[in-house]
Write a protein that binds this ligand. Sequence first.
Ligand code: TRP
Ligand code: ZN
Length: 483
Amino acid sequence: MARRRSALLVLCSVPVLIMGCTTDKAGQPAPTPTLTDALPGDPGAGDAYYPNDGNGGYDALDYHVDVGFDPATRHLDGDTTVTAKATRNLSRFNLDLRGLDVKSVQVNDKPAKFTREDEFELVITPAEPVAKDSMFRARVLYSGTPAGAQLSGTGESDIGESGWQKSASGGAYVLGEPHSAAYWYPVNETPLDKAAFNLTARVPDGWSAISNGREEGTTSADGWTTSAWSEPNPVASYLTTLAIDKFTFERSTLPGGVPVVDAYAPGAEARRAAGSQVPAVLAFLATKFGPYPQSAAGGIYLDENLHFSLETQTRPTYARWADISTVVHENAHQWFGDSVSVKSWADICLNECFASYAQWLWAEKDGSDLNDRFLRAVEKYKNSKDFWAPPLYDMGPGQEFEGVYDKGILAVHALRAKIGDEAFNRVLKEWPAKYRHSNASWSDFEEFVTAVAGQDLRSFLDAWFRGTTIPGDADLFPGTLRR
Ligand code: TRP
Ligand code: ZN
C-alpha cells in the first residue's frame, strides 16, 4: 500500500490534485516507478560566501509555518509544512534548521526518518524516494527556546548572529540578513529558492504578532491569540520575519487597493511621523521604478537600537532611529532586493546601491542638486583609501555591507551621468520589470545596462563596481559630471 500510494503521487501532474490524488488520468492505478537511481539532495545551495545555506535537489514552492511563542517562557512550538518539487529522483533531502528540537517529520503524510547534521542541516529520508518533478510535502514538528530569544533588547548584539532577540518590552523578533529563517522554521535558506509564505502565529492574549504580507484574520481562544499572515508572492527566506510585542496597529489601503498594516512597538510611537509617509513614498518610488510589486505594505516599528533596519518583504522592520530616509531605503528594496533578488551574496550591490540611491532620488524631488552632492562627496573622500577600498561586486563574505551604502550611491550616480538620464530612467523601470519576482546577478545587470545604454561600459563598470581604488578622472566625472 505504501509503495502504491507513492507511485500515484508521482504521476499526478496538476499541483492541486497532488494532495489527494489516488488515480491517474484514466482512473487506473499507475505503475510503480523503480527509482533505483534516486540520489540524496545537496546539503548546500552552493553560494560562494555561504555554501551550506540552502539545499539542492528540490524547489520549495510554499511554506505553511505555524508557531506558538510565549514571551514569558521564551518557548516556541512549531509545525511547518514545506511544499516542494523534486528536481531529481530524491532518496533524501535537507532543510535548514538552527537549534530547536525536532519531534517528528512526515513526508506526504507518512513518517520519515531524520537526523540533525553539522550546524543546521535537518536531513530527511522519506519512506520512499520522491520522483523528479513530483511535488511533495514535508511536515516538521519542533519546539524549544530559539537561540538569542533570551537576549535583552538593547540591540547591542549583532542580530545577524542569532536571528532572535528579546524586545525592550519583553516580546521577541526574528530577522537577519544573509540568513535568519532557519532560526524559526525549517527552510531552504537561499535567496535562489523563493517561495510563497504563510504564517499562523499564536501568542498569549495581550500580545500580538506581525509578519509579512496580507493579514488573514485574528482569533482568540483559551488565552491565546492567533493571527494569520500570507504572502503569495515568492519571498527569499531572509526577508520573512515574525515580531511579537504589544503593538499598536494602524491599517489603511493604498490607492490601488494594496492593504497597509503598520505595527508600532511600545515606545516606537514617534516613528509614526515617518511610517505615515509610506503611501507617499511608495507612490514616489513607483514613478521611478514602475508599479509597486508587493501584495501588501506597511512597517514594523521596533523600539530597538538595531544596527540596521531590514527590508522584510512587504513590511520592513525598523530600528528606533529610523527616519523618512530609512523608510525610502527599505521600501526601495521592495523592488531592488525583494522582488528582484540576488543570485548570490556577491551581488548585494543590486540591493543596497540602488536602495541607497533611492534616498538621493527622494532628496532630488525636494530640490537637492545631486551633481553638487556627488562632487562634494568625491572632494571629501578623494584622499581616503578606505572609502574606495571595498569593491561593490564580490566583496567577500562578511564584507557585503562595507561599500554599498556610500561608495555605492556615488557609483550609481556616476552611472546615471555616464549613460544619461533617459537611459538611466529606463534602467530604473525596466530592470525591476524584467526580473520581477525572480533573481538576477551583477553580470546580468552589467549586460542589461550596457544594452540599454547602447555603449561599451566595461571599463567604467570595472572602475566603479569591481575596483578597489578611486576611479580615474574619465570614469569619476563622466557625462554631465565632466569638469
Ligand atoms: N539590508 C539591510 C538594509 O536595509 C541591512 C542589513 C544587513 C541588516 N544585515 C542585516 C538588517 C542584518 C538586519 C539584520 O540596509
Ligand atoms: Zn538596504
